[in-house]
Structure formats: C-alpha cells, structure tokens
Design a protein around this ligand. Structure first.
Ligand code: PAF
Length: 275
C-alpha cells in the first residue's frame, strides 16, 4: 500500500526526501492504464508521486462529478509502497471555494472536448498548474488517451515555463480494443459491446489513410451504422495544432472520437499516417 499525504504542508515535508520526482496526476479509480503511467514514471526519476483528486473545477454543472468513482483505500492498495500519493480534499486545494484565478486553455480549449464541456480545460489546466507547483516534479506522465489534454498541458508547460518534462504513455486497451477508462464501469453489457464502434472506427481510419477524405469516410461508415452510440465528433487533427487537417494533408494526424453510450461519455484517439 502506498503512503499518502492529505495536505499541502504534509506533502511538502515528505517531498524533501524524494530527490527527483516523476509525477502522475490522476482522479483516482485507478486501472491498468494508470498503472502503466506509474510504471513509466518509475523509469524516469528517483521517486514517483501520484495525485488522486477529483477536481470539481473541470466538471460542468450537468456532468458526472457526483457519480465519479472514489475509492482512496482501493487506489492506495493498487500502488507500490514506495509511491507517495497526494490526495487532498477539495477544501485543501480550494479553501475559498472555486478558484477565481484560472489558467485559460485558449481557443484550442474550446473545440472538441472543450465544445461539449465548456470550462473543462480551464479547470483541468488550473489544477494541473497547482499540482505542478505543489509537487515540483522533474517529469509529469500523462496518458495519450486524453489527446487534447496532453496537447494543452504540453502547451501550458511551454507557454508558462514550467521547469519539467512531459512524458506521454500509449493508451492501454482491453483485448477487444476498448480503451481503459474509469468511466467504463458505468457501461451496461449492451453499451460495452456498442462502444467497440469507437475503436473500430479508429482502426478503419488507420487502414484507409491514403488521404484525409478516405480515412474520414471509412470511419464514418462504421460510426453511421453503429448501434447505441450518440456520436459527438470524429475528426482528424494535426497533433501540432489540434486543428482539423485539410484534405491535402500528408503525414501523421490524430484521429479523435467522442460519443455517449447511454449516460456515459467516452473518448478515444489513434495516430493515422496520411498518404
Ligand atoms: O486526466 C485526468 O485524470 C485529469 O484531467 C487530471 C490530469 C488528473 C487533472 O484533474
């Protein structure tokens, strides 16, 4: 079982003994995808810090903050003893209620996930910046599953001169292709099997990638005929700008997809080499 610090001052005292740190920020409900991040972090620095904090700032009013799974004891048991966990409560990080000072994710924070979840990325970047200031890591490890989050965190680190390196770990999948997510536990049996259309659409785009349009058509063919999914978006974006690619684009794009299955929103993405 990992050690835990519940307050900033307790964490900072423990931090003094850690040497270089690779940091894995999470909202808990840890699964194999998180463990892959922790394993990667262990290769990068002398110590690993994991934060477990369900950040109210990144949830909209109608979102699933209330039902987001929380199991600190279970999470601590999944982590190696030598990991230091920082698990503050909301009052510790936001003693005056929601922080009025926020990081702006800019225009790229208002597209795709940001269009469906207004304010989400400002709230996410604000807590990540706070956590970077508290944890003072040399490395921070994120999962590629949240591709737009990774893009925005990397840009914040560059724009605001955080003195650390961002490391990104590939998405961990179930054998049938479903990307691991803390929200998968909310899927019914039927939704679980319908959700496979997302990863199938990504694979279809990868195998029909002679041009942007043929990759898009292949993915749409799958998604348009899929049962039980309420598609939010499927797009091919340039990983350098997170903007949709033009039809003549050649090189590595990222296919991104989001859909609701019942009341559960899932996202996924994959690299697609066009041309
Ligand atoms: O990816 C997540 O779990 C969250 O967005 C993060 C990075 C821990 C910030 O709350």
């Amino acid at each position: 079982m990992a050690r835990v610090a519940r307050t900033v001052s307790e964490f900072r005292r423990a931090r003094r003994e850690l040497g270089t740190v690779a940091f894995v920020p999470t909202m808990g409900a840890l699964h194999e995808g998180h463990i892959a991040l922790v394993n990667r972090a262990a290769l990068l620095a002398e110590s690993v810090v994991v934060s477990i904090f369900v950040n109210p700032l990144q949830f909209g009013e109608k979102e699933d903050l209330g039902r987001y799974p929380r199991d600190l004891e279970g999470d601590l048991n999944k982590l190696p003893e030598k990991v230091l966990v920082f698990a503050p409560d909301a009052e510790e990080l936001y003693p005056e209620g929601d922080s009025e000072t926020r990081i702006s994710a800019g225009a790229a924070g208002e597209t795709f996930e940001g269009a469906s979840r207004p304010g989400h990325f400002d709230g996410m970047l604000t807590v990540v910046a706070k956590l970077f200031n508290i944890v003072e890591p040399q490395f921070a490890v994120f999962g590629q599953k949240d591709a737009q989050q990774v893009f925005l965190v990397r840009r914040m680190v560059r724009d605001l001169n955080f003195d650390l390196e961002i490391d990104v770990v590939e998405t961990v999948r179930e054998p049938d292709g479903l990307a691991l997510s803390s929200r998968n536990r909310f899927l019914s049996g039927a939704e679980r099997s319908d959700s496979l259309a997302l990863s199938r659409a990504l694979r279809a785009a990868q195998s029909a990638a002679t041009s942007r349009n043929s990759a898009m058509d292949a993915a749409r063919g799958i998604l348009d005929s899929a049962r039980g999914i309420d598609l939010d978006y499927f797009e091919l974006v340039d990983p350098k700008s997170f903007r949709p690619i033009a039809s003549g684009f050649k090189g590595e794009a990222t296919a991104i997809v989001a859909a609701k299955l019942g009341s559960t929103r899932l996202i996924d993405n994959a690299p697609v080499v066009i041309g």
